[in-house]
Ligand binder design. Structure first.
Ligand SMILES: [Zn+2]
Ligand SMILES: [Zn+2]
Length: 308
């Protein structure tokens, strides 16, 4: 009976779909800085509050029904979109930036969940998770102290992912590629192996490429083996001019180049959904959505669902 009731609900876990739990960048509504921006009367922050709706973006995160979340950062985000925690059995992380990875929120989830949850992430993210389980900041002594509460051993053990790896996650097959992100371009210093993911299931393929600037040649070579039904690209800076060497993200001009690169290589299936996400807080949704729609690109918003 419970199953039948769930199927009548707005969000049945048995449907095949993805849902954006968040589509914002590091400066979005979830950031600790946002309330201060409102207090200072910053126009972009005030406009978001005034317009509301699709302009309000939380940290970028994706739910892939029935049981996968990419970049879990808070319980609130799941609750806001009626995704019960008990449904989550797999969590993947793209990288350790705070708009994608909040280790204490994950530790709480792992601690309280009644179901086993598998965590998949780079060795860098897993080291950060281990660190947060072991230490917390102690202001009076200006140093970390050992946490007494969190277990250091994870059950099931987290699954380290390196660029180029392919592995099963629930009913999906996942391929990881190295993102063009967290790289000091001028000095060719890779600070962290940030990941973009391809999910394949039921004969369909989804690319989730947040965060990344132009795809690295080796990563594009791997992506060229797929034909995508859904491709989610980094559109962080909207209409703002940016330096591709410095940002690790894309603006609309770079996004168009990337989409063209995929079109030229024939990587989109017929009727593929091309989506921009990870949007900074200075763009209004309606303006950017209209601009992108003319280029065949959908602008993601929090709660948006696509069949997959
Ligand atoms: Zn980000
Ligand atoms: Zn990032």
């Amino acid at each position: 009976m419970a199953d039948q009731q769930e199927q009548h609900g707005a969000a049945s876990r048995y449907d095949s779909y993805i849902q954006f739990l968040g589509t914002g960048a590091a400066d979005c509504h979830d950031s600790p800085e946002f309330p201060h921006r409102l207090q200072r009367g910053e126009s972009a922050a005030l406009r978001i509050e005034e317009l509301g709706g699709k302009n309000v973006r939380r940290y970028s995160s994706l739910y892939i029904a029935p049981d996968i979340v990419v970049d879990f950062t808070s319980h609130d985000q799941l609750r806001a979109h009626d995704v019960p925690e008990e449904w989550i059995r797999h969590i993947l992380y793209t990288h350790a930036h705070p708009d994608h990875f909040q280790p204490r929120a994950l530790l709480r989830l792992l601690h309280w969940a009644s179901q086993p949850i598998n965590v998949y992430a780079s060795p860098t993210v897993l080291a950060a998770l281990q660190f947060a389980a072991q230490y917390e900041w102690d202001p009076p002594v200006a140093n970390f102290r050992v946490r007494p509460d969190w277990p250091r051993q994870f059950d099931p053990p987290p699954f380290p992912v390196n660029p180029g790896d392919a592995f099963a996650v629930g009913s999906a097959r996942v391929s990881a590629v190295l993102a063009n992100h967290q790289i000091d371009a001028a000095n060719a210093i890779l600070a962290e192996p940030a990941l973009n993911f391809v999910f394949q299931r039921n004969g369909k393929a989804l690319l989730y490429a947040l965060d990344s600037a132009y795809f690295l040649p080796g990563s594009f070579e791997i992506l060229s083996r797929f034909q995508f039904d859904i491709a989610v690209f980094d559109g962080t800076f909207g209409t703002r001019d940016i330096d591709p060497a410095a940002s690790g993200h894309q603006n609309v001009a770079m996004l168009e180049d990337t989409v063209q690169q995929f079109r030229d290589a024939g990587l989109f299936r017929h009727n593929a959904k091309i989506v921009a996400s990870h949007i900074y807080s200075e763009e209004s949704h309606a303006d950017l959505a209209n601009l992108l729609a003319a280029k065949g690109i959908m602008l993601a918003y929090d709660g948006m669902r696509i069949d997959f």
